[in-house]
Ligand binder design. Structure first.
Ligand code: GLN
Length: 490
C-alpha cells in the first residue's frame, strides 16, 4: 500500500507509464479502506462497483492514450453533501436516509469526465454543521494521527480518508472553515475557493451565501490539479462566476520574492496553543528568508465575524432545511396522524441536536421584530469584514495566519459546549464572510499532531494563493509526513 500513498502527480506518471493500472491502483486504495476504515470511520458508503467500472474505463483511456487528464484513474472520495447520480446521499443526516439523488453535482460530473474514480461518500457533520465531525448523524470520524482525536469538521471524513491513504484526494465543502480546519487537523492541504469560483449545483445546501466546494489533497500541486478540474462557470448555478479560470500551474513555482505578506495581528487569538503560534512564526521567518516582505496588518472587525456568522449561517440553514419534510426526500416518520404531525415527527426524529439548535436560532433571527436587531445587523457586520479584507489587500498581496488556533482535540472534549466548538473556526470564517479564498497547508507537528498554515488571497486570486502556499511546501517536508496509522504492507 505505502507505495501508492502518494500525490496525484506521481500516481499520474505511474499510470501513464503503465507501471500500474487504474484497476490495480483502485484495488490498492480499497484494500487500505478495508484495513483502516474500521479505525477512522471516514466513509459512510464505499462505492466499489462504481469505482471498478470507472477504473476499467480509465484503463481504456490510458491504454489508448486518449483523452488523458491529470485525474484519469485517480481514486477520490466525495463528501456526502455532494450528489452522485444513483448513489445514496445523506449529508451526514438521518433525515436523508434512503435518499438516492437522480442527478450528479457539476463538480462530480467534471471529475468523472476527466476519468477520476469515485471510491465512496465520506462522513461529515450533519448538513456540514460542525467542526469535529461529532455531529454526524451516523458515527464520529477518528483522526488517523491519533485515533482518540477528532479529525476536524465538517469535512472530517474527506480529511481522514486522504490522511489515512484511503483516498488519493477528496472533495469537501467549506461554509465557515469546513475544508481548511479539518485539513489542518489531519496534516493535509485544503482549499476554500472564492465564492462563485466553483459550481454548487448538486451540493446539498447549508448556508447558500457562504458554501463553496473545494479540494482536499496531499499537497499544493494536487490541490491546483483538482481545483483546475472543478473551477469555472456553470449555467446550472446562477451564483457561479463567468470569469475565466487561469492556468493554476503557470505561475505556481515563481516563489514569493518581492511579494508582500500580511500578518493580521488579530489572528494570534487568545487560546492559541503556543506550539501553533511558534509554527506560524517559523513559517513567517521562512517566507522572509525567501525574499517576501512581511507586514503586520489589522483586520479589526474579525472579532465580530464569528457572532455574525452564527446569525447568518443558521438563518440561511433554517430556510434551506425547511424542505426536509418527510414527503419529498428520504426518511418519513410514519407516526403522524395528519400531515402537520407527520412533518413534525419526521423532523423531530430525523434531525440531530445541533441542526435543531441552528434551525431555532435561524428562525428566531429572521422573525419579524428580531430581523433588524439580528439578521440585518449581522449583514452590516459582514460588510465591515469585506471592507477589512479590501483595506488589507491594498497594502499586501496575501495574508498568512494559523488555520486553527489548536491542534486536533480529543473526541468528546467540546461536545457539551457549542461555543467552544464554534471557536475552532475563528480564523477561517472571516474568509467566507469576506468572500476571499484560503488554503491550509501542513506546517508542523505538536506532540505528533499536525498544524495548519493558512494563506488567504483576494477573491479570484487562487493562483496567487497557491503560489504562496507552494513556495512554503517546496522548501519544507511537512507535506511528506504521513499519519502513523498501520497500513497494508507498510
Ligand atoms: N464549523 C462551522 C459551522 O459549524 C463551519 C462549518 C462549515 O464550514 N460547513 O458552521
Amino acid at each position: 500500500m505505502t507505495q501508492f500513498w502518494r500525490p496525484i502527480h506521481e500516481l499520474h506518471q505511474m499510470l501513464v507509464d503503465r507501471e500500474i493500472s487504474a484497476v490495480e491502483l483502485t484495488d490498492a486504495i480499497l484494500a487500505q479502506v478495508d484495513a483502516v476504515d474500521e479505525k477512522t470511520r471516514a466513509y459512510l458508503l464505499v462505492t466499489r462497483d462504481l469505482a471498478h467500472r470507472q477504473a476499467r474505463a480509465a484503463d481504456e483511456r490510458l491504454r489508448a492514450k486518449r483523452d488523458l487528464r491529470p485525474l484519469t484513474g485517480i481514486p477520490m472520495a466525495i463528501k456526502d453533501v455532494l450528489c452522485i447520480d444513483g448513489v445514496a446521499a445523506t449529508a451526514g443526516s438521518r433525515i436523508l436516509e434512503g435518499f438516492v439523488p437522480p442527478y450528479s453535482a457539476t463538480v462530480v460530473e467534471r471529475l468523472a469526465a476527466d476519468g477520476a474514480v469515485f471510491l465512496g461518500k465520506t462522513n461529515c457533520d450533519e448538513f456540514a454543521m460542525g467542526s469535529s465531525n461529532e455531529n454526524s448523524g451516523y458515527w464520529p470520524v477518528h483522526n488517523p494521527w491519533q485515533l482518540d482525536r477528532v479529525p476536524g469538521g465538517s469535512s472530517g471524513g474527506s480529511a481522514a480518508a486522504v490522511a489515512a491513504g484511503e483516498a488519493v484526494a477528496a472533495l469537501g465543502s467549506d461554509t465557515g472553515g469546513s475544508i481548511r480546519q479539518p485539513a489542518a487537523l489531519t496534516g493535509i492541504v485544503g482549499v476554500k475557493p472564492t465564492y462563485g469560483r466553483v459550481s454548487r449545483y448538486g451540493l446539498i445546501a447549508f448556508a447558500s451565501s457562504l458554501d463553496q466546494v473545494g479540494p482536499m489533497t496531499l499537497d499544493v500541486r494536487d490541490a491546483a490539479t483538482v481545483l483546475q478540474a472543478i473551477a469555472g462557470h456553470d449555467p446550472r448555478d446562477s451564483t457561479s462566476s463567468p470569469r475565466p479560470v487561469p492556468d493554476y500551474f503557470e505561475h505556481l513555482a515563481e516563489g514569493v520574492k518581492g511579494l508582500r505578506l500580511g500578518v493580521p495581528k488579530e489572528y494570534f487569538v487568545d487560546g492559541m496553543e503556543p506550539e501553533v503560534e511558534a509554527a506560524i512564526r517559523a513559517a513567517i521567518r521562512l517566507y522572509e528568508r525567501q525574499g517576501a516582505h512581511i507586514e503586520e496588518v489589522s483586520l479589526p472587525n474579525s472579532r465580530y465575524a464569528l457572532p455574525a456568522y452564527y446569525i447568518i449561517a443558521p438563518a440561511e440553514a433554517s430556510s434551506n432545511l425547511a424542505r426536509y419534510d418527510g414527503i419529498r426526500y428520504g426518511r418519513q416518520a410514519g407516526r403522524g396522524r395528519n400531515l402537520i404531525e407527520e412533518y413534525q415527527a419526521t423532523r423531530q426524529d430525523g434531525f440531530g441536536n445541533e441542526v435543531k439548535r441552528r434551525i431555532m436560532l435561524g428562525t428566531y433571527a429572521l422573525s419579524s421584530g428580531y430581523y433588524d436587531a439580528y439578521y440585518l445587523k449581522a449583514q452590516k457586520v459582514r460588510t465591515l469584514v469585506v471592507e477589512d479584507f479590501a483595506r488589507a489587500f491594498k497594502k499586501v498581496d496575501v495574508l498568512i495566519s494559523a488555520t486553527s488556533p489548536t491542534v486536533a482535540f480529543p473526541l468528546g472534549a467540546k461536545t457539551q459546549d457549542p461555543l467552544a466548538m464554534y471557536l475552532n473556526d475563528v480564523l477561517t470564517l472571516p474568509g467566507n464572510l469576506g468572500n476571499v479564498c484560503g488554503i491550509s497547508i501542513p506546517c508542523g507537528l505538536a506532540n505528533g499532531l499536525p498544524i495548519g498554515l493558512q494563506v488567504i488571497a483576494p477573491g479570484f486570486r487562487e493562483d496567487l494563493m497557491l503560489r504562496v502556499a507552494y513556495a512554503f511546501e517546496a522548501a519544507t517536508e511537512f507535506h511528506r509526513r504521513r499519519a502513523p496509522l498501520v497500513s497494508v504492507g507498510a
